[in-house]
Design a protein around this ligand. Structure first.
Ligand code: HPA
Length: 274
């Protein structure tokens, strides 16, 4: 990641929005509709910006939506880049740098994930307590610019404890059940084998997905406060006696949309205290 590139993007965005977002939101597969709740929005397609590759996957719109949600200034990413699409980890996490440069302090990252923990059920929402990076790389590999963050960033509290508490309180105040657990990132795009899921469970993972970790590494490097939420869209491979499908993932995400939107709104309404 080159700071000159980020600056070029910011210059271009500043011609399209005068808003100063405080909270960044990355909306995962099937969860992008939350962007419609953002009031007075400026929409900036990634394609209209320099240094942004074109997104490819079904269910991803590919734009920043900047406006008001629950009386707070937010910037949402409706659609994100995935490693499995062929982008580098640096390309995947680049938009986090852009949002940081726009002034965000908080990053709320969401995703669709398979449930490894057998207590989980499709439709559950899980606050990410910690992650396991099985992508085989890091967006921070290469020269480090000390102005943007440390060479060896601390990851011992990658997901802020105060924000996890806030997430729990938000869930209870809107009356929804919430889970908490460890998210493991795999490159994909193939779903896992049952043997891989048994391995991941033995390693301490509760959910598995193909995103989030690069952005969270970049966000920690940038000094952002991070909250992660997984929508458990399916039980992971081998737990139930049936194949996994992208259709099931999207159908479940759609089904829990109301709970998901309610939770995010309540978190955003109360986040100022963290
Ligand atoms: N595995 C990996 N990624 C996923 C899954 C899964 O079961 N469900 C949604 N994203």
């Amino acid at each position: 990641m080159k700071m000159e590139q980020v600056e070029e993007v910011i210059e271009c965005m500043r011609a399209k929005t005068r808003k100063n977002p405080k909270i960044g939101l990355i909306l995962g597969s099937g969860l992008g509709d939350l962007a419609a709740a953002i009031a007075g929005a400026d929409r900036i397609p990634y394609q209209s910006l320099p240094h942004f590759p074109k997104p490819t996957v079904e269910g991803h719109k590919g734009q920043f939506v900047i406006g008001r949600l629950e009386d707070q200034n937010v910037i949402a990413m409706q659609g994100r880049y995935h490693y499995y699409e062929g982008y580098s980890l640096k390309q995947v996490s680049f938009p986090v740098r852009v949002m940081k440069a726009l002034g965000i302090e908080y990053l709320i990252v969401t995703n669709a994930a398979g449930g490894i923990n057998t207590d989980f059920r499709p439709g559950d929402l899980m606050l990410i307590r910690d992650h396991i990076n099985m992508l085989g790389g890091s967006p921070l590999i290469g020269a480090n610019d000390e102005k943007t963050g440390p060479r060896f960033p601390n990851m011992s509290a990658a997901y802020q404890a105060a924000l996890i508490d806030l997430g729990k309180k938000a869930a209870s105040s809107i009356g929804i059940n919430i889970r908490e657990g460890v998210y493991l990132a795999t490159p994909g795009p193939q779903y896992e084998t049952p043997a891989e899921i048994r391995m991941m469970r033995a390693l301490g993972a509760d959910a598995v997905g193909m995103s989030t970790v690069p952005e969270v590494i970049e966000a920690n490097h940038a000094g952002l406060k991070v909250l992660g939420i997984s929508c458990i869209t399916n039980m992971a491979s081998g737990i139930l006696n049936r194949p996994l499908s992208h259709t099931e993932v999207m159908d479940t995400a759609r089904r829990v949309k109301e709970n998901f939107t309610g939770l995010i709104k309540e978190i955003i309404r109360t986040i100022g205290t963290c």
